[in-house]
Design a protein around this ligand. Structure first.
Ligand code: FAD
Length: 350
């Protein structure tokens, strides 16, 4: 059982920044995310795209913003349950919560913040007759652990950033990488397209376009695939087939937690603290809705801050909280580190 003060469901930018605000208030956080890595939409959908509306950053790449958020919260030592989906919630008699994931990990917390964005991302699956049979037996929709593919033959399908980036990365890990795409053109960052071209020229990536997979072969585990390219069928031996055709968001199990839902989003009290209709459960970031809601990163940061103040009051009834500026109070990490502005020198002038 994982125990924490504030359990955050969703490790997108809103969930990550909550850890910082909670840390300032001496509250410990644990995050659950269905994806294998933190960052939410920024990491999964547009890691290399520049964002122009983060205050203080004229421009910042989405992936860099996530790295910076991770650096900012490191001192508060958050726990992570990654690659697992929060499935059920149970409010206990003492007002605390138990949240269990699809893999059976149980989390106990004094308050819960749902920062689930657009929901969990479900992979878009290619329509192939026996694909379910090979899921977890050679068909992988995410690259969770690159080492899993060490010295293996892999076929990646897709034409976006994920397909390009993983083909590049795994060309140094797998024994044989084939990248196939139904068009000749790729929709990805220019430098990734150029890198794939260079690796193809070096013989490190086998590129087949325009092409699509038409059949999977094997008994208990995949052993090969058939590809159709220009009306020709090509048979390839492979240990893994990794279709990276993008992800569709789904609110999923959270929709059955008794929360008030409006248009696939959770209704909250935005006049106060972004609490839902269930006392002690908050919803922040893209996942919530209220009059005038804007699905923007900076709005998620604001909502996270207000939520943390409310959770502090909940956990410390009767204790008066005085707002302190970090420039004045500094930041005391749970890891023993302290950040503070340089003190003015007190020196007598003769
Ligand atoms: C292409 C694109 C460009 C964008 N550009 C900008 C921009 O320039 N400026 C801007 O401000 N915004 C931009 N946005 C919007 C911005 O990305 C979102 O507002 C932001 O990601 C919301 O953050 P979040 O933390 O609330 O949710 P998300 O980033 O969606 O993260 C939510 C996380 O919760 C997880 N999750 C959900 N349900 C569960 C569950 N049951 N169990 C476990 N985990 C769960 C998901 O896996 C996900 O990782 C853009 C979005 C896209 C798609």
């Amino acid at each position: 059982m994982i125990t924490t003060d504030l359990l955050i469901i969703g490790a997108g930018p809103t969930g990550l920044f909550s850890v910082f605000e909670a840390g300032l208030l001496k509250m410990k956080c644990h995050l659950i995310d269905a994806l294998p890595q933190p960052g939410g939409q920024l990491t999964e959908l547009y890691p290399k795209k520049p964002i122009f509306d983060i205050p203080g950053y004229p421009t910042v790449n989405a992936g860099e913003l996530v790295d910076n958020l991770m650096e900012q919260i490191k001192q508060f030592q958050p726990g992570f349950t990654l690659g697992e989906t929060a499935e059920t919630i149970n409010k206990l008699d003492d007002g605390t919560f138990e949240v269990t994931t699809n893999k059976g990990t149980v989390h106990h917390a004094k308050a819960v913040a749902i920062a689930g964005g657009l929901g969990t991302f479900e992979p878009r699956k290619p329509v192939l007759e026996n694909i379910e049979k090979f899921e977890e037996n050679g068909v992988e929709y995410f690259v969770k652990e690159p080492e899993h593919f060490r010295n293996k033959k892999i076929v990646i399908a897709g034409g976006g950033d994920s397909a390009l980036d993983w083909a590049i990365f795994l060309s140094d890990v797998a024994s044989d990488v084939t990248l196939i795409h139904r068009r000749n053109e790729f929709r990805g960052a220019l430098d990734s397209v150029e890198k794939v071209q260079a690796l193809k020229d070096l013989g490190k990536i086998n590129l087949i376009t325009p092409a699509e997979v038409v059949a999977l072969k094997g008994d208990s585990h995949i052993t090969g695939i058939s590809i159709k390219s220009n009306d020709e069928i090509i048979d390839l031996e492979t240990d893994f087939f990794i279709p990276l055709f993008g992800l569709t968001p789904k609110l999923g199990a959270i929709a059955n937690w008794g929360l008030e839902i409006e248009k696939n989003a959770i209704k909250v009290n935005n006049a106060l603290d972004y609490q839902t209709n269930i006392d002690g459960i908050y919803a922040i970031g893209d996942v919530n809705t209220y009059p005038g809601k804007l699905k923007l990163i900076l709005c998620g940061f604001h909502e996270a801050t207000m939520m943390c103040q409310s959770v502090y009051n909940r956990l410390n009834p009767g204790k008066k909280y005085v707002l302190k500026y970090t420039t004045v109070s500094g930041v005391d990490g749970f890891d023993g580190t302290r950040k503070e502005a340089e003190k003015a020198v007190v020196k007598k002038i003769d």
